[in-house]
Design a protein around this ligand. Sequence first.
Ligand code: DX5
Ligand code: ZN
Length: 221
Amino acid sequence: MDNAPTRILIAPSLLAADFARLGEESRAVAEAGADWLHMDVMDGHFVPNISFGPLVVKALRRHVSIPMDVHLMIGPVDPYIPAFAEAGADHISVHPESGPHLHRTLQLIRSLGKKSGVVLNPATPVEAITHVLDLVDIIMVMTVNPGFGGQAFIASQLGKIRVLRRMIDETGRDIVLQVDGGVTPQTAGQVCGAGADCLIAGTAIFSAPDYAAAIMALRAG
Ligand code: DX5
Ligand code: ZN
């Protein structure tokens, strides 16, 4: 695999969209050039906020054909994974802290034919995934504490992104390195410079007047 990805993937986070018009908002970002649709699922227990569940993922499936990138911030996570797979999620990402057996959780996601992701909170070390890399398609680095959109980017995570870039390159596999939280045209350059190849952005896209321009500004960052 090439060390320097040629095209940065952009995954708008629906958390910042108008929840009264989720279908329209999803179509709008897909038409504006989004690569993936990022969907933040929160249970008010694993994180201090509640968003939406598999019924909403299922309802939005017919609105977009781009991959639905589902970020589960729920615990325990395993009992709900089949419902999200059935709802039409293409990627299912979990936090190591959201269940007792990460290896088993990743096996479950793969067994349902979905791409599997692991999400590292700001305080979670890269070692949390060292021994499960063979079961991982996506690694997501949180550059905010999970639970809310619109928070400030935590720059101390750039070192973690660099370490993961090297770790991924050593595998020779096409594992996508995503960054989630506080991504703006101002922070995108640092994030991509550190080796990320997929930017998740909520506020920076959905609060902009022109989604296509906002997506282009992130790619250019
Ligand atoms: C936070 C979510 C993020 C969030 C990003 O728990 O995982 O996806 O929506 O929002 P912004 O881009 O506004 O930081
Ligand atoms: Zn997210």
